[in-house]
Design a binder for this molecule. Structure first.
Ligand code: ATP
Length: 232
């Protein structure tokens, strides 16, 4: 099992008030699979993703990723894990505005242990012709393609996507989802994606429904639907 989470709990304290955000989460995902986390606003999706990505820590429970118990790593090791093993894609692309597309990718590949080739990755996301453009000269969908290229150039073990199509129109969203499925096939990258959109669940191997900090339903899709055939 590539991701194996058991009884994960997380609370936040604001002044005197303690809010239990994750109440004993258990979930598993195999290597090379696509997982989708569905759930309403405030259900704990980003908190779970942040713990898996080494941005935050759980209070208790097990978070095994590729055999590493990340909840037990010291700060330095957790940073290495986050930098080396995890690719992030967010709703807003967070590209560096005064760097070109190629440079945005190279700042990551330059500090990676075994990066993929920048031109190869740009070709994989269909952006090879825009290498010398600046982010402001690109559409939202194109910027998201670049942010996916930047996430995969380090050849991450796990790609975490938080509402990757949240800011995009229908057709562009579908092309980005298609791209994520292609990345999953081409590089064998395990992908975990947060979304509000239940229709997107059809493209995943496993679907986890989160409500108030608990997984209330897990579905295994026997047939994974290609993103270009998903409609909503
Ligand atoms: N750093 C923090 N300090 C205090 N409370 C927090 C913190 N981060 C998250 N929370 C609270 O934890 C709960 C879950 O937040 P989280 O961002 O994980 O939800 P979400 O499912 O991702 O929501 P959304 O879909 O709106 O992004 C919310 O009630 C939020 O206010």
């Amino acid at each position: 099992m590539f991701i194996d989470i058991a009884n994960l709990k997380k609370s936040y304290r604001t002044g005197e008030v303690v809010t239990e955000v994750l109440k004993g989460i258990g979930m598993k995902l195999d290597k090379g699979e696509i997982g989708v986390i569905l759930g309403p606003s405030g259900s704990g999706k980003s908190t779970l993703m942040n713990i898996l990505g080494g941005i935050d820590r759980g209070d208790s429970g097990q978070v095994l990723v590729d055999g590493i118990e990340i909840n037990q790593l010291n700060d330095g090791k957790l940073t290495d894990y986050r930098r080396g093993d995890i690719g992030f894609v967010f709703q807003f692309y967070n590209l560096v505005p005064n760097l070109t597309v190629g440079e945005n990718i190279e700042v990551v590949s330059n500090i990676s242990k075994s990066p993929l080739n920048t031109d190869e990755v740009l070709a994989a996301v269909g952006m090879q012709d825009k290498k010398h453009r600046f982010p402001r000269e690109l559409s939202g969908g194109e910027q998201q393609r670049v942010s996916i290229a930047r996430a995969i150039v380090k050849n991450p073990k796990l790609l975490l996507c938080d509402e990757p199509t949240g800011a995009l129109d229908y057709d562009t969203s579908r092309s980005i989802l298609q791209l994520l499925q292609q990345v999953n096939k081409k590089y064998g990258t395990t992908i975990l994606m947060i979304t509000h959109n239940a229709a997107i669940a059809a493209m995943a191997n496993r679907v986890f429904r989160l409500r108030s900090g608990e997984i209330v339903e897990e579905t295994v899709n026997q047939t994974v639907v290609p993103a270009e055939r998903i409609e909503w």
